[in-house]
Design a protein around this ligand. Structure first.
Ligand code: C2E
Ligand code: CA
Ligand code: CA
Length: 720
């Protein structure tokens, strides 16, 4: 039955597909993100490094410019000629102008030259080749003043030359200062007389552009205030910020990134294409798997023959409904075909299969809206429906099915009579589980089966206890056979003319049943429906043949259930018993009832022919209780007809009964069949039946069924 640990709990191919798809997409996104992120990181880092390098370069450029001024001061201040021309007694202004002042015009290395005395007063100056008239240092700003203040001693001591940056009245300038002194030897002057050379070089766009070219800095320019661009502050020798040197960053990272972006895009496209290809390939695989899986699921829940849902599907559906907490009334209709096994046995399985397909289709057409029909296996179908009206709807359905089966079914050339036993059970899934509902419908169906078939039974509690009793008896029969609780008794059959016992009918008895004896009428039907009749029947046949074998003047009649008769191996089994017990076949007669014969005419005819071939006779039991005419029955070639006690027992007070018996006897004799009247209870009946022409008589008037020993005692008696 339903197994919750089945493959259905493994993630489906669809889920796997979604997982792979998501993983693939995730992979594409991560690859792209990783590539671009690292590209971005590398380019930012490169830019940062370049920024740093540029800043160093700019600083280098500033330092270089200052150094140039410093060199200029050295070249010009440490010069014997200059010493001669600037120290007392003379200050040769002509020489100064020609040598230094006019230089501005020739080269672009400086724009101002000045000579300062020991008090750092301007003695002579030329700025852009124009005479400089001021004597104090105000023009030069704090930068120069700071250089002088901080290095006055060193300057005086002839050792060092200083350069820096200052803001003059003309702008920001590199400035250098140094003592004018001879190349070799000490300065030979009185009273600490000192002459200093100051050189300025103002920053202008030309200078900056040259610097930029030299140091590979783009668009190097000066601003007073800080801008958002890349820049470094320009500080005077006094430490004040004079402005900023700005430049255009090259951003090599960004350039490299944009240069590489094409290749990277190609890599990304390639990687994505590969991943997408992978997704595609696995998707195709998974699609096939999913299709196979859903097919397998469908197959597992579908009956291969009728294409109806199968038992599993129906139970799953009911479980689903009950899990949903549905409080609706549910009704289950259980349908079991009557005589389907015979169709298989007689016409073969192909015809049986066709019959199932045909019936499945007919049943499906009659399923009410909202109902679910399933083939439960073999010849069983079930229909479930929910809702307040489900019981009425189910009943209508069941009646429709029986009405359909009233007419014979045509399969090819064949006309097949088939009926169905139907059971109905209703309840909410709160009161009882779905399997309990099925069990109840099954019990109701079983009741239909044992009470005549082709009918509908609705489940009630009484049915349940009846069924339980039946199940108990079934078990008791099974145990009883093992424990030898059964006996076979015999009832004499008397020749009407000679009044002698010519034959006996074997009748099973259950005297040693622990719970008390049951009559065959009470347990034979149970043995039949449970299949136990096969072994019980075999037991009776064996025992009877064994008991009667020594009495060669007595014939033996044994009752055969329809179920036994249906067994394709039945004739073989009979033959085996005969052989085993050495009972002469021509002393044996088997009694069968009309029911089976009518249901399965073909098989019955074949079986009768086979039995006759063994030498065994066949009697039609219980004639008069069914509906068939003796004319119809002639085709079966019965040796004997047994008129049932319900008819024979009426002859003493019902004229019609006598007429019926006489008629039957006449036709039977004409057809070469012997007639036995059973249930003879009094003399009058005995006489009337004899008069009517019955060949043999059986009944309590002669003897009740008795153990074999008692029969042997009786057999010499002549009944008058
Ligand atoms: P049946 O084949 O019609 O057997 C005759 C039944 O009528 C026997 O009942 C017998 O005791 C009873 N009977 C005989 N004479 C009279 C009479 O004068 N008046 C009345 N009222 N009844 C009489 P029993 O033994 O209870 O068997 C009942 C049925 O059980 C049998 O009916 C037969 O159908 C079935 N049966 C009995 N033994 C076996 C058996 O070994 N195998 C099979 N398959 N069925 C059996
Ligand atoms: Ca009988
Ligand atoms: Ca009978």
């Amino acid at each position: 039955m339903y197994n919750p640990l089945s493959w259905r709990n493994i993630p489906s191919a669809k889920t796997l597909f979604v997982m792979i798809f998501m993983a693939g997409i995730g992979l594409v996104v991560s690859v792209v993100a990783l590539l671009y992120l690292s590209l971005h990181l590398i380019s930012t880092k490169t830019n940062e490094i370049d920024e740093h390098r540029s800043a160093l370069s700019v600083q280098g450029a500033i330092q270089t410019s200052a150094n140039r001024v410093w060199s200029l001061v050295i070249d010009n201040a440490v010069w014997d000629d200059a010493v001669r021309e600037v120290y007392p007694p003379v200050l040769n202004t002509d020489w100064l102008y020609n040598t230094w002042g006019a230089g501005f015009k020739i080269n672009n290395l400086y724009d101002g030259t000045f000579v300062l005395d020991e008090h750092f007063h301007v003695m002579w100056g030329s700025f852009k080749s124009q005479p400089f008239k001021e004597t104090n240092l105000d023009f030069f700003g704090y930068g120069l003043k700071a250089l002088i203040r901080e290095n006055a001693k060193a300057l005086q001591a002839e050792t060092t030359i200083y350069a820096g940056i200052t803001r003059t009245r003309q702008g920001v300038a590199f400035v250098g200062i140094g003592l004018i002194r001879p190349m070799v030897g000490r300065l030979q002057v009185k009273n600490d007389v000192r002459r200093y050379l100051v050189i300025t070089r103002h920053i202008n766009p030309q200078i900056l552009s040259d610097l930029g070219n030299t140091f590979q800095i783009e668009n190097l320019h000066f601003t007073r205030d800080h801008t958002s661009e890349s820049s470094i502050p320009l500080k005077s020798s006094a430490g004040e910020i004079l402005g900023y040197l700005n430049w255009q960053p090259q951003r090599p990272g960004a350039q490299a990134a944009s240069a590489a972006s094409n290749q990277i895009t190609q890599i990304v496209v390639l990687a994505s294409a590969l991943i997408l290809l992978f997704i595609l390939v696995s998707s195709v695989g998974l699609y096939k798997l999913a299709r196979g899986e859903s097919q397998a699921r469908r197959v597992a829940r579908t009956d291969w023959l009728s294409h109806l849902p199968n038992r599993r599907a129906l139970i799953e559906e009911l479980e689903r409904v009950s899990l949903r907490g549905d409080i609706d009334v549910k009704t289950v209709v259980f349908i079991d075909l009557d005589g389907f096994k015979d169709v298989n046995d007689i016409y073969g399985h192909d015809v049986g299969d066709e019959l199932i397909i045909l019936l499945a289709k007919a049943l499906r057409e009659r399923v009410p809206q909202g109902g679910m029909l399933a083939r439960m296996g073999g010849d069983e179908f079930a229909m479930t429906i929910g809702g307040d009206h489900s019981q009425a709807q189910a009943l209508t359905f069941a009646n429709d099915v029986l009405a359909f089966l009233d007419a014979p079914v045509r399969i090819g050339e064949r006309t097949i009579h088939i009926s169905a036993s139907i059971g109905l059970a209703s309840g909410t899934l709160i009161d009882c589980t779905s399997s309990e509902l099925f069990r109840r419908a099954d019990i109701a169906m079983y009741h239909s089966k044992i009470t005549g078939k082709g009918r509908i039974t609705q489940y009630d509690a009484e049915l349940n206890s009846a069924r339980e009793r039946q199940l108990a008896i079934e078990n008791e029969i099974r145990d009883g056979m093992e424990r030898d609780e059964f006996d076979v008794w015999y009832q004499p059959i008397i020749d009407a003319r000679s009044q002698k016992m010519t034959s006996v009918e074997a009748l099973v008895r259950w005297p040693r049943r622990p719970a008390g004896e049951l009559t065959p009428d009470e347990f034979i039907s149970i043995a039949e429906t449970s299949g136990l009749i096969y072994s019980l029947g075999q037991f009776v046949l064996r025992r009877a043949c064994h008991d009667l074998e020594p009495f060669s003047d007595l014939k033996l009649s044994v009752n055969i259930s329809p179920a036994q008769f249906r067994d394709p191996e039945f004739e073989e089994k009979v033959a085996k018993v005969i052989e085993m017990t050495r009972f002469p076949a021509n002393r044996l007669q088997l009694e069968v009832t009309e029911t089976y014969v009518l249901e399965n005419p073909e098989r019955a005819r074949a079986a009768i022919a086979n039995l006759k071939a063994l030498g065994t006779a066949v009697a039609l039991d219980d004639f008069g209780t069914g509906y068939s005419s003796i004319g119809y029955l002639r085709r079966f070639n019965f040796d004997t007809i047994k008129i049932d006690k319900s008819l024979a027992g009426l002859v003493d007070n019902d004229e019609q009964a006598i007429a019926l018996v006489s008629g039957t006897v006449r036709i039977a004799s004409a057809l070469g069949m012997a007639v036995v009247a059973e249930g003879v209870e009094n003399e009058k009946q005995m006489k009337l039946l004899r008069l009517a022409g019955c060949d043999q008589l059986q009944g309590f008037w002669f003897s009740r069924p008795m153990p074999i020993e008692a029969i042997i005692e009786l057999r010499k008696v002549r009944y008058c």
